[in-house]
Design a protein around this ligand. Structure first.
Ligand code: GAR
Length: 189
């Protein structure tokens, strides 16, 4: 049986591309569509190159949830993976996919999470706080930002001279290495 996964992304989509490539020779996983809340996000370019249809729904559609759920049901989606998706997931979506939505956060939760903590803001905050380590957290999604049960974490060092850009690059490497494998393990059990 194949598992159909949808990827949600608001930005560049480098994780989306990395995940799709990782699964490209694994026939039991399919990526029928990519969903965004931004029509000008670079993830749409990547989707074109990956030959996967990508759609944009408005912030309001995501908040209200019903259009999102019906699009996902139309494509028989089993599992939702957030990869740089910046909106809160609303109750109708959570109820339609209980325990079937995961997110990656670019820091070691519970530190540096919550509203407004995304992408480069996180790395800036980590450097400003003088942290000696950062990393990634893959977690289930619930109604609050970055608060669902943690599935996996991996760490990297933050050196004294590291800039937010350096930290971002180390964290991205961890994301590329681990996110696809964590998804595969979760869905193979
Ligand atoms: C990733 O680092 C991801 O962890 C982060 O956004 C980046 C997206 O990069 N997500 C969050 O901050 C969610 N709170 P990408 O678009 O190149 O995959």
């Amino acid at each position: 049986m194949t598992t159909k996964i949808v990827l949600f992304a608001s930005g560049s989509g480098s994780n989306v591309e990395n995940i799709v490539n990782y699964f490209s020779n694994k026939s039991n996983f399919e990526f029928p569509l990519i969903l965004s809340n931004k029509s000008d996000a670079f993830v749409h370019e990547r989707a074109k190159n990956l030959n996967i249809p990508s759609y944009t729904l408005s912030n309001e559609d995501f908040r209200e949830g019903y259009k999102v759920v019906s699009l996902l049901k139309e494509h028989n989606i089993d599992f939702i993976v957030l990869a740089g998706f910046l909106l809160k997931i609303s109750s109708p979506i959570l109820e339609a996919y209980p325990n079937k939505i995961i997110n990656i956060h670019p820091a070691l939760l519970p530190k540096f999470g919550g509203k407004g903590m995304y992408g480069d803001y996180v790395h800036k905050a980590v450097v400003e706080a003088g942290e000696e380590e950062s990393g990634i957290t893959i977690h289930y999604v619930n109604e609050n930002y970055d608060e669902g049960n943690i599935i996996f974490q991996a760490k990297c060092e933050v050196l004294k001279n590291d800039t937010p850009e350096n930290v971002a690059s180390k964290v991205h490497q961890l994301e590329y290495l681990h996110y696809p494998k964590v998804i595969e393990n979760l869905l193979s059990n």
